[in-house]
Design a protein around this ligand. Structure first.
Ligand code: PAF
Length: 300
């Protein structure tokens, strides 16, 4: 069946019910996106298609999560190319609502707050960003609930897919789903990288060739820590930081090793004693005009 585009919540619900019925399906996957899709999103779609009978992607550039109107305006809108990518991966349905459809009364009065977890790291340089992102994710998770019942009369399984590249967003969505009892399983999908290691991001298109080369230092620094963790050696965060600072086009914002769920820095002693357990190395830096984030799960 060719991919279908809907723009209203009512159509989304009726199409989801129709597709589940037509496919005698018992599971639905949801992939929330803002469009400008790349191979990282294709990996989300591939995972969702492999795990569900019906897959819905959403494309909505959410004004609530942009602090700056200029950033919102210049966010790339590439619906035709996005539909082609999702179609090639076997996604059934795309929900691409207007701002009025999502926020009919204007800015919502009641919102999700991300608490202290949303104020650190990315939240510190983008105040309000995670409140806006969680508010729209909450709405999309509700709107994307499988329509109708499965062919055997049970409630269809419901899964939502998020990239590990946005580690803080992923931690917050997991926390919201647990704290507020959303009936959905959150499925993390590993970061996709280009061959030279750069994590794929819609922002990479704003890097010049020289800046793109400079940006490779982020993944190189993460690899240094990964190698240390895999060898059960103390994490030499200082050397990794020095490596990043040696690249003049890169302005480091933060680089640390944190708990993957709480994003609290791990105890200093992981830098002095052999690394054991789980951690997440996180980095953010400005490369030319572009702010980039990346991370590496450390498991030893
Ligand atoms: O990661 C994104 O693309 C957005 O933050 C999301 C989850 C689609 C919410 O707008």
């Amino acid at each position: 069946m060719p991919i279908k585009l809907v723009t209203t919540a009512a159509e989304l619900r009726s199409e989801s019910a129709r597709l589940l019925g037509a496919k005698r399906g018992s599971s639905q996957g949801l992939i929330p996106t803002m469009g400008a899709l790349h191979s990282g999103h294709a990996a989300l779609a591939r995972t969702a298609v492999a795990q569900n009978d019906v897959v819905v992607a959403t494309i909505f550039v959410n004004p609530l999560q942009f602090g700056d109107a200029v950033d919102l305006d210049r966010y790339p809108r590439t619906l035709e190319a996005d539909m082609a990518l999702l179609d090639a991966e076997g996604v059934d349905l795309v929900f691409a609502p207007s701002v009025d459809e999502m926020y009919p009364g204007g800015q919502p009065l009641v919102r999700v707050t991300s608490g202290s977890l949303g104020e650190k790291w990315e939240g510190a340089s983008r105040p309000g960003h995670f409140d806006g992102a969680l508010t729209v994710v909450a709405k999309l998770l509700h709107l994307g609930l499988p329509g109708g019942v499965a062919f055997d009369g049970s409630t269809p399984a419901y899964r939502a897919y998020f990239g590990q590249k946005d580690a803080q967003q992923l931690a917050l969505v997991k926390r919201m789903v647990a704290d507020l009892n959303f009936p959905v399983e959150v499925v993390p999908v590993p970061t996709v990288r280009s061959e030279d290691g750069l994590a794929l991001s819609s922002r990479n298109r704003f890097l010049s060739d020289v800046e793109r080369d400079a940006a490779l230092v982020l993944s190189r620094a993460l690899r240094l820590l990964e190698a240390r963790a895999n060898a059960h050696e103390p994490l030499d965060v200082e050397s990794a930081v020095e490596l990043v600072r040696s690249q003049p086009l890169v302005e480091l914002d933060y680089f640390d090793v944190v708990d993957p769920l709480t994003l609290e820095p791990l105890a200093e002693n992981c830098r002095e004693t052999p690394f054991r357990g789980e951690g997440l190395a996180i980095i953010a830096a400005k490369v030319g005009p572009v702010r980039l984030i990346d991370n590496a799960p450390l498991d030893s």
